[in-house]
Design a protein around this ligand. Structure first.
Ligand SMILES: Nc1ncnc2c1ncn2[C@@H]1O[C@H](COP(=O)(O)OP(=O)(O)OP(=O)(O)O)[C@@H](O)[C@H]1O
Length: 403
């Protein structure tokens, strides 16, 4: 049977079963993973908590099985942060969510955070996790919470605080801080532009700084593993240099403000706006402090790791190579590279699959010879022939990737 017709009949069976509220494999999983044992597990029963069956996945070469070093990732109760990033659509969310489930099933109270403006955590977990607050994820053995930060909303909150004194924009904000008279001098600092039309990366930086703020509170102290599902590559790269930039800008603004504070305080107090200005200044100072923490967090080799997720195509690998180079340049610790969606071994390839497999092999070869990527621990994750949705499916994927 040709792959196309097999796939469509498979989709037909899956869809009709899904309509009945049951999601399971087709009777004869034709296309990709022939994993009869997984069928039981992937027949998503709400009560599935731990797998009773396990199976082996060979690497694409069909020989050795590369370990991800999960033992090292899971050991210790000191809080650790994992940031998963890469090109759009390669499987960042699926890998991040599967890691979070795996940590939670291995005894770690875990928080999984999405700072990608286009959230897909809710879709991945098949649970409503929206709202910008901690939401418990049902299913894992130990507590797993999810947090979808709306970056735009976070920026709005910051802006609102700046506008409390009735101002309508950054200029007013600066006026409110007693900086109006030197607004021109500050032009080159670009803070106004930053808030009015933020570059990609700022929203995410503010979102991460918001997470940092959360993490300082008692409510969050229980979490020993924090997994970030980050925005696609470009944003992440800009985010990395942003804290330094913001730190410098805000630092300069605060210094300038201090300089003129004494001269203007008498006038300000007459108009009764001193308190609001002080609040705005405090807010800026806090943002600056958090930015410094975000920057430190990204570079802390003891507690943080950035995991690059890619797929076996030349385009995705080239982008991953650039991402790896930039992360290294910024001193962000990177050790692991997940190559996701690899066709699993098969003895009966159709022409299409055989071509695809060859193409993927070539791409994997490129990874192995890439100066940036070859030193990373490569984790090969197979393309699974059903969509990965819900905790049991994520556990299934996690048990393949993270071992
Ligand atoms: N190994 C896999 N096998 C089968 N399907 C997969 C695999 N990994 C991811 N997918 C599917 O690919 C789609 C995209 O995955 P995911 O949302 O995790 O990617 P992403 O990189 O986070 O995307 P975005 O950049 O849009 O946030 C989803 O439908 C997911 O179920």
């Amino acid at each position: 049977m040709a792959c196309g017709s097999v796939l469509s009949s498979f989709l037909h069976i899956t869809n009709s079963m899904a309509i009945k509220g049951v999601l399971s494999f087709a009777p004869n999983p034709p296309l990709l993973l022939r994993l009869p044992k997984a069928v039981t597990f992937l027949s998503f029963s709400a009560s599935t908590k731990s797998p009773t069956k396990s199976f082996q996945v060979r690497s694409i070469a069909g020989t050795t099985e590369a370990a991800s070093g999960f033992d090292e990732m899971v050991s210790g109760t000191k809080r650790k942060y994992y940031m998963l990033g890469g090109k759009g659509g390669v499987g960042k969310t699926s890998c991040a969510a599967s890691l979070a489930v795996k940590f939670a099933n291995n005894g770690h109270p875990t928080l999984v955070v999405s700072t990608d403006p286009a959230h897909s955590l809710s879709d991945s977990f098949a649970q409503d996790l929206t709202g910008g607050a901690l939401v418990p994820v049902e299913g894992p053995d130990y507590p797993l919470f999810a947090l979808e930060i709306n970056p735009e909303k976070s920026r709005e909150e910051f802006r609102n605080a700046a506008q409390k004194n009735g101002g309508t924009g950054v200029k007013d904000f600066m006026d409110g801080m007693g900086l109006g008279m030197i607004a021109d001098q500050l032009g080159e600092l670009k803070l106004g532009e930053l808030l009015d039309s933020p570059p990609p990366g700022l929203d995410e930086a503010i979102a991460i700084s918001k997470v940092m703020q959360f993490l300082e509170s008692q409510e969050y102290s229980m979490f020993t593993r924090i997994v970030f599902d980050t925005a696609p590559t470009g944003h992440t790269l800009r985010l990395l240099s942003l804290p330094d930039f913001l730190d410098a800008s805000i630092g300069k603004i605060l210094k300038l403000r201090q300089k003129i504070a004494s001269a203007t305080s008498a006038i300000k107090s007459v108009f009764g706006q001193e308190e609001t200005r002080q609040n705005a200044a405090d807010k800026l100072e806090k943002l600056r402090e958090r930015m410094i923490k975000v920057r430190e967090l990204f570079r802390d080799t003891d507690s943080t790791e950035f995991v690059i997720v890619t797929i076996p195509t030349v385009m995705a690998i080239s982008e991953s190579s650039r991402l790896s180079a930039s992360l290294k340049k910024e001193n962000v610790p990177v050790k692991r590279l997940i190559v996701n969606q690899i066709l699993p071994p098969s003895t009966s390839d159709c022409k299409f699959c055989a071509m695809k497999r060859k193409d993927q092999m070539r791409a994997l070869d490129i990874v192995q010879n890439d100066p940036e990527l070859s030193s990373l621990l490569m984790i090969q994750a197979p393309l699974i022939d059903v969509e990965i949705r819900g905790v049991p499916a994520l556990k299934f994927l996690g048990d393949i990737i993270w071992k």
